[in-house]
Design a protein around this ligand. Sequence first.
Ligand code: NAP
Length: 249
Amino acid sequence: MDLSNKVAVVTGSARGIGKAIALKLAEVGADVVVNDIPAAAEVLEGTAHEIRALKRKTLAITADVSSSADVNKFIETAAAQMGRIDILVNNAGVTRDQLIMRMTDEEWDTVLNIDLKSAFLCSRAVIRYMMKQRWGRIISIASVVGLGGNAGQANYAAAKAGIIGLTKSIAKEVGSRNITANAIAPGFIETKMTEALDEKQRQILVQRIPLQSIGTPRDVAEAVAFLASEEARYITGQVLGVDGGMGLG
Ligand code: NAP
């Protein structure tokens, strides 16, 4: 895989899966714009520092990707300073788990806005550059939960299922311009998002994974790099499970 001369934008890349994706894309030659919320500015600068150490160009832009105004400014700045945008990775996401009977409007709206609306806003903003270039890759991080649902995660599962519908629609709309759109559905990956689970919960989860282990951010990053590459030119509108077989049921 060679992403030399390509510019990638990765949302929510201060830490976790987003950071691993940004570093992997830089390792295979891309220049990478990293993003996170203003409160994570210092940690985000750490990701940018590691990309510079790989001798790639980078730009760290803080923006709340659930805000239309923030996203438009963020993508305009990225395109103006880097000269182009070839790859978008919609990675930013949060959870606000709660049983449906107790779920507040705020818990619903927060997750739908940060996990789903953000992917719409960022995709809409980058597509005009990709259309002009007649080349583009949009890769969105969904979840096994978006395919199978999960008790206590109605908001998150709805947002991740929405990512899949959004991805398939974009694939149909812009395929003629040589732009592909794919989703990745990770299973259980070791990050800040999953650190709250106790040992017993982990053991129960691992028993449900055919490969018998928890995934790493790097496992997801490898799949993203492939989908971003020229080698994946004929793959669009797909959902790739990176889950150790967990999604098989
Ligand atoms: P994480 O460690 O919590 O990282 C998510 C990043 O997104 C954080 O840096 C977070 O910033 C940032 N973020 C949150 N709200 C944002 C906003 N409004 N604008 C910009 N950035 C924002 O989680 P992760 O596990 O790496 O998750 C990455 C993606 O993978 C998410 O879409 C998640 O749903 C998905 N996923 C994860 C797993 C898993 O097992 N970990 C499984 C399936 C899917 P702060 O931390 O500073 O708030």
